[in-house]
Unconditional design. Sequence first.
Length: 90
Amino acid sequence: MQIIPYIFIRTGELTNSKWEWIDFDKNQWIISAEFMKMKRDHLIPISTQVKELLLKLKPTTGRSDYIFPNDKDSNRAMCPEGLNKAIRKH
């Protein structure tokens, strides 16, 4: 939830994001066109804050392809509705 205010993407795009889309050297996150509503690649500059959050998260979820894997099956992405519920709760 801490990343959302910095990157302004839909929760489905966030939860389906993969580690391979993050380029820590160039400080950018590229979401593939196939996952975007407008069907074109989406480049997100990564701020220092987002980079720090992702680097803290990597040891926990880095074995999965997904940045936010499903807690029952790390080969699947987290359900966007779970994140939406957490946002509404806070």
